[in-house]
Design a protein around this ligand. Structure first.
Ligand SMILES: Nc1ncnc2c1ncn2[C@@H]1O[C@H](COP(=O)(O)OP(=O)(O)OP(=O)(O)O)[C@@H](O)[C@H]1O
Ligand SMILES: [Mg+2]
Length: 351
């Protein structure tokens, strides 16, 4: 057995998401051969990849069937989140910046942003959460951090903010800096400056994913934030009713505009339906049915998942206890979205 034999055999193993073989994708590392013993590492591109077992088995079989029936194959499975972000640009230590956006307000962006960030961390990724809603920051409340203040640190003669940490992720919000009873009145140029500072003057360290919660709507602020942060992709959140879908179409149009051109990772349908606890077989489509799925089809975007209306989500949000940390059907729906977002990022980064 030679290294070349092994690589040739492993070229028959395809990553089902990335639609290329694992050798071409550069996933096979550290091949060592000693007699009949062969060991190597396969580096997948999403944490806790659901295809892990399948790729492991296929790789072992490829070596046994195509190189040597008697080979003793020892494969270490690991993962490394990929990145397309420019290392010379803002936040070079951050591999992927994912904005959570919507056209209409109140559809659950902040809820999805918080639970997505924590869901990705549960998969084993290094995650940050930036509350980009400078007008109505809600992340501090949703994480039970309203009284906290980020520290400042002097680094190479410049002041940097240090994000706070909770539930295993790093967090920063304008809400940590301003009085919550005081209306925040930002004027055009102030907004741009504040945003730039907020993006540039923070020591996030190394992150696999930075989740950015955007304010509702489509406007200058969104474009400023998106461009200042050099965003990798956008998750669109909508509720199923037509008024929300229409605003969602506008928002999708804005990110796709020439000169802005930010990739859309897919659509989340929030408040998809309601199931009363005492009648668990009944689904009530209070806001209409499948609106988010239809938008996804209309724009040929991936559908990232649906989240029903759960009282627990609202209560958890108000109490600073994100439901994704639990084990119920509410948590599972949100974990699935995190998994799907990680998958879409990996697919986008693989080209
Ligand atoms: N699936 C859900 N089930 C129950 N309540 C939900 C659900 N999603 C969001 N909520 C609740 O709806 C309210 C609005 O959600 P959220 O603040 O996340 O929306 P938003 O889009 O960020 O709003 P804004 O546009 O003001 O930033 C919150 O009280 C939240 O807890
Ligand atoms: Mg919000």
């Amino acid at each position: 057995m030679t290294e070349k034999d092994i690589l040739k055999a492993l070229m028959n193993v395809e990553d089902p998401d990335l639609k290329k073989d694992i050798v071409t994708l550069g996933m096979v590392r550290n091949i060592e051969i000693e007699g009949k013993k062969v060991s190597f590492t396969i580096v997948l591109t999403t944490p806790a990849c659901p295809m892990k077992e399948m790729i492991h088995r296929a790789s072992e079989n490829a070596v046994k069937f195509l190189v040597d029936k008697e080979a003793e194959v020892n494969i270490t499975m690991s993962s490394e989140v990929t990145s397309l972000r420019d290392k010379n640009n803002v936040l070079p230590g951050v591999k992927n910046i994912i904005a959570v956006a919507s056209g209409k307000g109140g559809v659950g962006k902040s809820t999805i942003a918080v639970n997505l960030a924590l869901g990705l961390a549960q998969l084993g990724a290094k995650v940050g959460l930036l509350d980009g809603d400078i007008y109505g920051p809600s992340i501090p409340l949703m994480l039970g951090m309203e009284e906290e203040k980020p520290l400042l640190e002097d680094f190479e003669g410049k002041n940097y903010m240090i994000p706070l940490e909770k539930f295993g992720i790093k967090i920063l919000s304008v809400g940590f800096l301003v009085d919550k009873m005081q209306p925040v009145v930002w004027r055009g140029p102030m907004v741009s400056n504040a945003i730039r500072q907020f993006v540039n003057d923070v020591r996030w360290g190394e992150l696999d994913y930075l989740i950015l919660d955007l304010p509702p709507g489509t406007g200058d602020v969104h474009i400023t934030i998106a461009q200042a942060a050099n965003i990798s992709g956008v998750v669109m959140v909508t509720t199923p009713q037509e008024v929300s879908l229409n605003d969602c179409r506008k928002a999708i149009g804005m990110f796709a505009m020439q000169g802005i051109n930010i990739p859309l990772l897919g659509v989340v349908e929030n408040m998809a339906y309601f199931i009363p606890a005492e009648l668990p077989e009944n689904k009530y489509y209070i806001f209409g049915k499948d609106g988010g799925k239809k938008i996804a089809e209309e724009f040929k975007l991936p559908f990232l998942g649906e989240v029903p209306i759960y009282q627990s989500i609202q209560e958890g949000g108000d109490a600073g206890n994100p439901v994704v940390l639990g084990t119920g059907p509410d948590a599972i729906a949100l974990q699935q979205i995190a998994q799907n977002v990680a998958q879409q990022i990996a697919m986008m980064n693989a080209g």
